[in-house]
Design a protein around this ligand. Structure first.
Ligand code: CTP
Length: 406
């Protein structure tokens, strides 16, 4: 699995003989899992063709500020927002000068001015140009403002001279990119997670609930965060502390949980339904406390919506993972449940056979997807969550980049 999976690298290429090395850099970045958007200056086009970079990056190369097709008035702002890193390689003396002085006279310099992402420059120029006091001053100014300078290296130059000014090799630039961006395999991936039980009110003081403790869902939230994901947790009532760096939304009923999920589902890449959602709710909620003045009390229940199936049925659904608790034929029943709900993956556990489950700290899971299965033996929920997160990560990327090595 690539260390840069899901990361967005905007690769700026400026005019210089080292521009030919940008092709190899694009290939390496892509192989590490990054999405690469090339923006080149006009001068760069004299050294390497946009067609080569387009074929390698799999995205149309952006060159002109006033490109009628792409530059829909604010296209440069979109590019600036899209980037997790703006890497300019090679960065010419002219480009450094323009950047140092806040110029926005082509697409690449404008994107650099607009972006909130880190900017790294890989300078490449003749040694005299690099050592010129003007360039030295520009480099100092850029560094003061937080721009990263990767290189240049020393050595033989295209002009026949020897000294500082060589662009770092693509492998070295890849390593620095990884060091800067790769925090975990799910860095940049947004996870929406439901956890805990729901409570379906009968009257102002009573409800129908279930024994879910939320422990598995909360352990998953921690495991996803540790893998670098951004986690939003839609939680039913539980007695658990909010995991660090997790955005928690508290809900009570199944309908509230559905509402919260629908509010956030379009902003997620992965949806994991770990909550024990009540399948039914009282058709009517008594306005005041029901008194025990009757021998018999009948409650009429109404079906709750299936939140998970609803998410899976959306036009452009995220990668969906559900849970199933079965008392027999776990694999067959769970695989059937997966197909019926139209979800990508299901984690099933056998309940009622000393296998752990709802309230305990341990559990065992059989994870199923189209054409695959993995068994996770009885273990602490914390460990199980880590193993499950690793499987989900692998299948998520396998679905997203079917042609790329997972
Ligand atoms: N789920 C949901 N919304 C519901 C019910 C369930 O999102 N209204 C999700 C759960 O979070 C879980 C999965 O669907 O991921 C469980 O499916 P379900 O059909 O309820 O299976 P079981 O709990 O195993 O129960 P049963 O077999 O009795 O249907």
């Amino acid at each position: 699995m690539g260390e840069l999976n899901g990361r967005h690298v905007l690769l700026g290429i400026t005019g210089g003989i080292a521009a030919y090395k940008a092709a190899e850099l694009v290939r390496l970045l892509r192989r590490a899992g990054a999405e690469v958007q090339v923006v080149m200056t006009r001068a760069a086009g004299e050294f390497i063709t946009p067609l080569t970079l387009q074929a390698l990056s799999g995205r149309a190369v952006r060159q002109d500020f006033f490109d009628r097709a792409d530059e829909a008035a604010t296209g440069h702002i979109e590019l600036a927002r899209w980037a997790d890193l703006v890497l300019v390689a090679p960065a010419s003396a002219d480009f450094m000068a323009r950047l140092a002085h806040g110029m926005a006279n082509d697409l690449l310099s404008t994107v650099c001015l607009a972006t909130g992402a880190p900017i790294a420059l890989a300078p490449a120029m003749n040694r005299g140009m690099w050592l010129n006091p003007a360039t030295v001053a520009n480099a100092g100014l850029l560094q003061q403002r937080g721009v990263l300078l990767w290189g240049p290296g020393e050595g033989e130059q295209a002009c026949g001279e020897t000294g500082p000014g060589r662009m770092l090799e693509p492998e070295a630039l890849l390593e620095r990119t990884k060091a800067l961006l790769a925090n975990g395999p799910l860095t940049g991936v947004r996870v929406l997670l439901t956890a805990g039980p729901t409570r379906e009110p009968i009257d102002p003081v009573r409800f129908i609930g279930n024994r879910s403790s939320g422990k598995m869902g909360y352990a998953l939230a921690r495991a996803f965060t540790a893998a670098g994901a951004q986690v939003r947790l839609i939680s039913g009532p539980v007695a658990l502390a909010t995991p660090a760096d997790v955005d928690r939304v508290d809900v009570g009923t199944a309908l509230e949980m559905e509402q919260a999920v629908l509010e956030h589902v379009d902003d997620c890449d992965l949806f994991v339904a770990c909550a024990a959602v009540a399948d039914y709710r009282p058709a009517q909620v008594a306005g005041s406390k029901i008194k025990k003045n009757r021998d018999r009390l009948e409650l009429t229940l109404t079906r709750n919506p299936d939140i998970l199936a609803g998410v899976a049925a959306r036009p452009r659904p995220p990668f969906t993972v559900g849970f199933a608790a079965e008392t027999e034929s776990v694999v067959e029943q769970a695989q059937e449940k997966r197909r019926l709900k139209g979800i990508d993956m299901i984690a099933a556990n056998l309940v009622g056979a000393g296998q752990g489950g709802f309230e305990g700290d341990e559990n065992a899971l059989t994870v199923l997807w189209e054409g695959g299965r993995e068994d996770l033996p009885l273990d602490k929920k914390e460990q199980l969550a880590k193993s499950l997160t690793a499987i989900i990560t692998e299948r998520y990327y396998a679905k997203k980049n079917p042609t790329q090595d997972a």
